[in-house]
Design a protein around this ligand. Sequence first.
Ligand code: NAD
Length: 362
Amino acid sequence: MIIERRDFLSKLALASATTLFSGNSLLASTRPVKDKLGIALVGLGYYSTDLLAPALQLTEKCYLAGIVTGTPSKAETWKKKYSIPDKNIYNYQNFDQIANNPDIDVVYVVLPPSMHREFVVRAAKAGKHVFCEKPMAPTVADCEAMIKACAENKVKLAIGYRCQHDPNIQAYMAVAKEKKFGKVKMINSAAGYFDGRTTHWKQSKALGGGVMGDMGVYALQGARLATGEEPISVIAQASTTRPEIYKEVEETMMFQLEFPSGARAACQTSFGINMNYLQVNYEKGWLKMEPQSGYNGNKGSMSDGTIINFPIKSQQAKQMDEDCISIISNTALIAPGEEGLRDIRVVEAIYKSVQTGKEVKI
Ligand code: NAD
């Protein structure tokens, strides 16, 4: 079956050179479904329901071909809403049989973080390419095992870093690359929202909760992408204003990063505060983004008068289409597993700093 699927993909790659990459949406809408990669979403919670499934109605290189869920009533609802055939509906137990399903090319893991490793590895062993939501996994060891499994099974692994596909975020990544305002001196980066829920996996240590992996990766990415560097040390402080809810994990994390060039970043993330901004002070100018990691509407300005405000229809559709193009043409992904691992390496150091009360070298 894998050979057949690969054969299909190579045919698709050939077709891509002519029609698929024409950017002609009329062509896209009249193209038979087989011209698109089939995606199966694993875990039908908020993000799959409200963002990914609607985005998969807009994508040109992929479509919603299947679902994997532990809840039979959700399977019924999704089956009707998205015309998903019974043969493409799996539960967590029979999921491995997806290996025999040529309709499914990519498995997209949208489960609580502690479950990412298991399902990414199972998908890779089934010979499917994998998209995995952020945070990639709770530990560096998990991330390394996921990367290894995908490499061994010759499938691609993309992390759902939708912002890296957003031209507004790419605009400040370009400033870092071009050194338009010289070296970065100081960064302030924040990402948080008020989460009023009292029982959710985001409050469970065992399920990979805690604000650092959830929203903290956006504050961290703001600093990493604005410098184009990897941090060399961190010192962090965790806190909570609602200890009755955040018993096992932190509600708020503040962390300060040092980069090889000498740049420093003050970052904050919280489940108790609505905040989302990035400010970068360079040797010869500044850049501000607010919001910096929204689903849409990310915008900003620079000290030379440049405005960053590119319209974007659906980050998630662009992300999945671009990741599918990488699969079809066998080119590098924008945010592969290694990019998820870079963040988790820093996240582990942040937790170590909280435990020890000391600066941690990375
Ligand atoms: P959610 O709680 O709404 O959904 C989680 C799904 O996992 C549910 O369908 C649930 O039934 C299923 N599940 C299976 N076993 C479970 C268990 N033991 N405990 C709890 N749920 C279980 O969560 P979500 O907000 O959809 O988040 C899912 C993933 O998507 C997370 O990794 C999250 O960080 C990520 N996410 C990413 C973005 C983004 O912008 N990229 C936004 C939201 C969520």
